[in-house]
Design a protein around this ligand. Structure first.
Ligand code: SAH
Length: 385
């Protein structure tokens, strides 16, 4: 088996739970197969430290797999898959919700493997083709999924939108799912990520609980997730805004699929920044933009963009109204986000009373030592002047 030696003293980091080694931190002792494979990680003195998954030509070269010297990898993988499934079963009542994340990579000790479930269809998405091939070769995963789901699709990153590879009996790409008893149409082929932003489920439910009798503006609304929940929470009126016409049509469909009054919702296919220019005010505004920092390099510019957006949002919320801010960028930490909100409110000349500062749902677990995977920030504040 491929052996890798640490070039730096990262032994403690690894043992404390940091599950990644970058390219520069390891020396490859061989033999390498030039594809993702299991490896033995040795410390600087060449003592065994852990097993990992090595991906050549990747900056994120090694993902820790197990610290146990003995053990059958196939059995371990299957056991981890089963554990992940029973965790979801305990977290998510199946009569209310059938769309959730089943495997969250490192968070489920299945490094780099993501699998979202939409009813009886499982959608896999991996970080890069080499790691993808690795996971598709693991019978512990393929057999487990085959016995649990009617259809399995692979959504490759970077591929044209709409392309899916079916690994088990093709289903329609347009699926209907339920989330907290709310119906959603999901396009797993043309939709973003695997189809839906499942990580916001608990936050969407929270919006339902605070929307009663309010005029709501949902910015970057995608397929209307927050909008429909606000409607179910008896909002007076909801306006969804997304630059994508297709997303707006979906939001309309999802609104009507839940028997909500047609005249209490409108979906505008427009640029959020144009909408922010008008002088209309709302009781509640939700701003959940796409990631503005795709890399650490873009972080400073992204912080400015978030402040610009959130301050404009704050100005458009009525006094004592609800400001809801979110960011899904892993390069923006909770502390960064807090500072962004501080700056935004200062710029808008108001203050905020925080009622909730949360993140991703429990079906998106992460290792305590890997805050990069704690990427979703969601804050609700009441505007005070
Ligand atoms: N809040 C959504 C997810 C948002 S994803 C949910 O909970 O499901 C980000 C969305 O922002 C995408 O649908 C994208 O089309 C939209 N978008 C990106 N830039 C935009 C802009 N300048 N104006 C309006 N929408 C934009």
């Amino acid at each position: 088996m491929l052996e890798l030696r640490l070039k730096k003293d990262l032994r403690k980091n690894l043992l404390r739970g940091h599950p990644w080694l970058y390219d520069g931190a390891i020396e490859c002792l061989g033999p390498s197969k030039k594809q993702s494979e299991f490896c033995r990680i040795l410390d600087q003195k060449k003592n065994f430290l852990a097993y990992g998954i090595y991906t050549p030509k990747s900056q994120l070269a090694v993902r820790v797999f197990s610290f146990n010297k003995k053990g059958n990898f196939a059995e371990l993988i299957e056991e981890r898959a089963r554990t992940a499934m029973s965790l979801r079963a305990s977290l998510i009542p199946s009569d209310a919700t059938n769309a959730y994340r089943l495997f969250n990579g490192e968070g489920d000790l299945l490094p780099g493997l993501v699998c979202d479930v939409y009813g009886d269809t499982a959608v896999l998405q991996m970080d890069g083709t080499s790691l993808q091939d690795f996971w598709l070769q693991q019978e512990g995963i393929t057999k487990f999924l085959s016995s649990s789901f009617a259809s399995i699709a692979l959504k490759e990153r970077g591929k044209e939108k709409g392309e899916l590879k079916w690994l088990k009996s093709k289903s329609k790409p347009l699926l209907e799912v339920k989330e907290n008893h709310i119906r959603f149409m999901v396009d797993i082929a043309a939709g973003q990520k695997t189809g839906m932003f499942l990580d916001q489920r608990d936050n969407r439910d929270y919006i339902r609980s605070i929307a009663k009798d309010k005029s709501v503006l949902n910015l970057f609304s995608y397929t209307g997730g927050f909008s429909v929940y606000a409607g179910k929470g008896e909002a007076k009126h909801v306006t969804s805004v997304d630059i994508s016409k297709g997303a707006c049509e979906f939001a309309e469909k999802n609104w009507l699929a839940n028997e909500l009054p047609k005249d209490q919702h409108k979906a505008l296919a427009e640029n959020v920044f144009d909408i922010l220019e008008d002088d209309q005010h709302y009781d509640m505004i939700i701003a959940d933009p796409p990631s503005m920092a795709q890399s650490e390099k873009q972080k400073a510019a992204a912080i400015k963009k978030y402040i610009d957006l959130f301050s404009q949002v704050a100005k458009k919320v009525k006094d004592n109204g609800d400001m809801v801010f979110s960011s899904c960028s892993s390069h923006i930490s909770f502390a960064d986000f807090q500072s962004i909100v501080d700056e935004s409110l200062s710029k808008a000349r108001c203050r905020g009373q925080v009622l909730r500062f949360s993140g991703q749902g429990a079906d998106h677990p992460y290792p305590h030592y890997l805050p990069e995977m704690r990427y979703l920030k969601f804050m609700h504040l009441i505007k005070k002047v």
